[in-house]
Design a protein around this ligand. Structure first.
Ligand code: NAI
Length: 304
């Protein structure tokens, strides 16, 4: 599968300039697709150097597309020219939509949106890529909660061609329509979900992850065997431990805790002590070089 192909014959987007805050694993993919869909994209990150790393990463994806004959040199030049750095949040002032993909923390997201409202026009949309936090609660910190919406992509963004669109209780219908059009222009299927803990995919999908962790905790089988069974026999594209390593335990564990607490400690959503201890040990997954699997040059090492 290719991550570098532009979406084919996609509908027009109702936005012109997209701000992207948080240029990590998710933000990069969202920025890539937005630029391919014809938007000017302004990237902002709290960490110095992160925007340059993201732009290099995305340019690398496109360059590989050129090398494989999937993109022309002209496409590459046009796309690259659409990626801009916003050194300060104030540099996002001209954006008509801002998507945030920062840390999975309610206060951080509320604070960011409140600060963005001080620089953006009143019609600008604020979209959150949160995996688990309440869109309505994030919006409650905003002066105009009608402009806030959940826009939840999956990792890796260019390959996982689905995005959940989650209106908060006060989100306007016009904002929902515009964000759905944007998701489609980015080449994705838009799935509307109600603002409930974990929305649709993390509500259904987490059950497999938490059950797999329980099976591992009870020493029924090792992680590689559980992954293999679910892929070969269950028809999953990726086993739960491969997915946990890809997402990163820093993100995944926070999501599991958030969903558990929002469901008033319902037992079926209880996170596993296995992820908490691994998190404490810094075994985050691919991003730290070791999680359930060990990684060398980005590839899982098969242990005998
Ligand atoms: P990441 O850790 O790869 O990237 C987060 C980026 O945000 C970092 O570059 C960090 O420097 C920056 N950042 C943190 N706080 C900031 C702030 N206050 N202002 C500006 N920049 C800030 O994280 P990742 O995996 O990209 O996740 C980001 C969001 O996307 C989280 O809300 C997560 O739950 C959600 N998400 C993650 C998925 C995954 O598989 N990793 C899947 C779907 C959603």
């Amino acid at each position: 599968m290719s991550t570098d192909a532009p979406p084919e014959a996609t509908p027009a987007t109702p936005f012109r300039r997209l701000g992207l805050v948080g240029t990590g694993a998710m933000g990069r993919g969202i920025a890539q697709l937005a630029a391919q869909a014809g938007l000017e994209v302004s990237l902002h990150d709290a960490r110095t150097g992160a925007v340059d790393e993201a732009r290099d990463f995305i340019a690398g994806v496109w360059s590989r597309g050129v090398a494989k004959g999937r993109l022309s040199e002209d496409d590459l030049a046009r796309y690259r020219a659409r990626l801009h750095e916003a050194a300060e949040l104030a540099d996002l002032a001209g954006c008509d939509v801002v998507v945030e993909a920062i840390v999975e923390n309610l206060e951080a997201k509320q604070d960011l949106f409140a600060r963005l409202e001080a620089v953006l026009g009143d019609d600008a949309v604020l979209a959150t890529n949160t995996s688990s936090l309440s869109v309505t609660t994030i919006a409650s910190a905003c002066r105009v909660p009608q402009r806030v919406i959940g826009f939840h992509f999956f990792n890796p963004v260019p390959l996982m061609k689905i995005v959940e669109v989650i209106p908060g209780l006060r989100t306007s219908t016009d904002v929902v329509a515009r964000i759905e059009a944007l998701g489609q222009a980015m080449g994705h299927f838009t799935a509307r979900a109600t603002d409930t803990p974990g929305f649709l995919v993390n509500h259904a999908g987490r059950a497999f992850g938490t059950e797999a962790l329980r099976i591992l905790g009870e020493s029924v089988a090792d992680h590689a065997t559980i992954d293999r069974i679910l892929v070969d026999q269950g028809g999953f594209r990726m086993g739960p431990f491969t997915l946990l390593d890809l997402t990163g335990l820093d993100v995944s564990h926070a999501v599991m805790e958030s969903i558990y607490h929002q469901y008033y400690e319902e037992a079926r959503f209880r996170p596993s002590p296995l992820t908490r201890s691994r998190l404490a040990a810094g075994l985050l997954g691919r991003k730290s070089g070791e999680g359930f699997y060990r990684y060398e040059e980005g590839k899982a090492v098969v242990e005998d």
